[in-house]
Ligand binder design. Structure first.
Ligand SMILES: [Zn+2]
Length: 229
């Protein structure tokens, strides 16, 4: 697991594949439901992870590459049709699940938020929607952290898709073909909102201890967590 301190009284953890109960292509700390893994293994992985990171409870989302933001107050195994959540409840860890899509977590003024920001969600503005919701709730001084995702040197797409994407998202693979750079696009969105951003430098496709859909197709999901201590 990978830890960082985004703000005073805030903790962020990125999980990896190790130390869980799942087997086969989900080996072993898969935190995602609906990917074909045994539900009992996922439930045990979630419970173990929440205990190990030192949170009291966790909120997971049923992510749909949308832009809906919901304020949460208590543990949830899957907030329906939601790609961003925020809370001011201490000890309640918010999870953005991914296997190439970056999780983005935001903190400030006693609030934390988490968003699942893949290509579609980033284009739709899920992270700006989260920042706006948190600011409306009273969190002015925000900072963000972008979790691991497919990097701009690996995330190959058709040329038409690159051409239709915002400039900040356009990239080229290390082998010279069209690509997208979600981290760059997200960093630009957050900068436009005045939110300073740090990131996990790891690329999911290039990092065996992280799940990658691009690399493995049938696979699990890791989480980027944030909570108030
Ligand atoms: Zn890469």
């Amino acid at each position: 697991m990978w830890l960082m301190q985004l703000a005073d009284g805030v903790r962020t953890v990125v999980t990896d594949r190790t130390g869980g109960f799942s087997t086969g292509p989900y080996d072993s700390r898969n935190l995602g439901t609906n990917v074909g893994d045994a539900p009992r293994a996922v439930a045990r992985n979630r419970a173990r992870t929440v205990a190990e990171i030192g949170a009291e409870a966790a909120v997971f989302m049923r992510q749909i590459h949308g832009v809906r933001v919901e304020r949460v107050f208590a543990a949830h195994e899957g907030v329906p049709d939601t790609d961003a959540v925020f809370t001011d409840t201490p000890g309640l860890a918010l999870a953005a699940l991914g296997a190439d899509c970056p999780g983005v977590v935001v903190a400030g003024d006693g609030w934390v938020g988490a968003a699942h920001a893949g290509r579609v969600g980033t284009l739709g503005g899920v992270v700006p929607a989260l920042v706006e919701a948190m600011r409306k709730a009273g969190a002015d001084d925000l900072a963000a952290f972008i979790g691991p995702g497919a990097c701009g040197r690996c995330y190959e797409v058709p040329e038409e898709m690159r051409a239709a994407s915002p400039l900040a998202m356009r990239s080229t693979t290390s082998w010279g073909t069209p690509a997208l750079d979600l981290r760059a696009a997200l960093t630009a969105q957050l900068a436009d909102l005045g939110v300073p951003t740090a990131h996990d430098p790891r690329c999911t496709i290039e990092t065996p201890e992280l799940y990658s859909y691009r690399r493995d197709t049938t696979t699990g999901r890791f989480a980027t967590f944030i909570w108030l201590t």
